[in-house]
Design a protein around this ligand. Structure first.
Ligand SMILES: [Zn+2]
Length: 113
């Protein structure tokens, strides 16, 4: 399961950060997951709930922010929302665009104690 390894990766990074600041536990963690990152939001949420057991995040509040896909057309420079990677520009139907937002998978903030 793809999302489980991502969840474990996130936990690893979070614990490392927390240990660096001498914290004993993680109170809350805020993640940003782009719609175009290929990560299934519900699956990641579920995987995290399982994976945090017996870690510093066991009692942490987990917030996952979903980021919309945003792109700019390389031909007409029109900005538009991208639901998937294969969409064409809604203005000029040009198939190539540059993705501005939506492929992220990162830790936005971490609150330790
Ligand atoms: Zn266009």
């Amino acid at each position: 399961m793809h999302e489980l390894s991502i969840a474990m990766n996130i936990i690893e990074i979070a614990e490392e950060e927390a240990k660096k600041s001498g914290a004993k536990k993680i109170v809350s963690i805020e993640l940003a997951v782009g719609k175009l990152s290929g990560v299934v939001y519900e699956a990641l949420d579920f995987a995290l709930q399982e994976a945090i057991k017996n870690t510093m995040l066991e009692k942490a509040e987990i917030m996952i922010n979903q980021l919309e896909g945003k792109a700019v057309c390389l031909k007409c420079l029109h900005h538009f929302q991208l639901e998937n990677l294969y969409e064409v520009c809604p203005e000029c139907k040009h198939p190539l665009c540059s993705i501005i937002q939506g492929k992220e998978l990162k830790i936005n903030s971490l609150l330790v104690d």
